[in-house]
Design a protein around this ligand. Structure first.
Ligand code: HEC
Length: 190
């Protein structure tokens, strides 16, 4: 018998002796046992609630419930959003916001400080447009860009309102006749 076992002699399980290997009766502390019992009870309740009676939602149903909430919120967001503008704003605050965005988003790098155009981008102050003359055409260009020709797509950088403001600002420049204006490109619009 080892030194260790001598001290636990009273707790030895008498008939658990296999080839001289003995077993101590060494139960876990009560708090651990209670925790165990509670978890067993919980598991029974869980099984009945979720699996036998189907009272609780399973994971798929939970996902569906959450997706329904998201869909509802999205529908509300769309319903509440102001309709996309189809004409340029002439509101001074919008034009000012558009002007700030024009410099913040560095549109001037390719279209010039005053929209006069440069070696990269076209003049946006004349009445000839490569991609269409309507406000909605300008909106489309700013959103989707013309990557092949070097015009960046801004749909991830500008929200609808900002896009409308910057487009309104650009269109307000038409006829402003800035210095160093680049020659007309595209189709002349009236
Ligand atoms: C990296 C250069 C570059 C930057 C930055 C840039 N553009 Fe452009 N943009 C271009 C080029 C090049 C075109 C011409 C595309 C084509 O030929 O179809 C263009 C075209 C346009 C057009 C259409 C012009 C037309 O005649 O049809 C508008 C409007 C416009 N850009 C607005 C903007 C605004 C607003 C910004 C900033 C948010 C901006 N661009 C930033 C290069 C740029």
């Amino acid at each position: 018998m080892s030194e260790d076992n001598k001290y636990h002699k009273g707790q030895l399980i008498e008939d658990h002796d296999f080839d001289g290997i003995q077993e101590l009766d060494n139960p876990p502390p009560p708090w651990l046992m209670y925790l165990f019992y509670v978890s067993v009870l919980f598991a029974v309740g869980y099984f009945i609630y979720y699996h036998m009676t189907d009272a609780g939602p399973n994971q798929v149903e939970e996902l569906q419930q959450e997706m329904a909430i998201v869909a509802k919120a999205e529908a509300k967001r769309i319903a509440d959003a102001p309709p996309a503008a189809t004409t340029a704003s002439t509101d001074a605050a919008d034009l000012e916001a558009g002007k700030i965005l024009y410099s913040e988003k560095a549109c001037f790098a390719c279209h010039g400080m005053n929209g006069e155009g440069n070696a990269i981008g076209p003049n946006v102050t004349d009445n000839s447009w490569i991609n269409g003359c309507d406000f909605t055409d300008v909106i489309k260009i700013i959103k989707n860009g013309v990557p092949a020709k070097g015009m960046t797509a801004y749909k991830d950088q500008l929200n609808q309102k900002q896009t409308e403001q910057i487009a309104s600002y650009v269109m307000s420049l038409v006829g402003s006749n800035p210095a160093n204006a680049k020659e007309a490109q595209g189709v002349i619009c009236e």
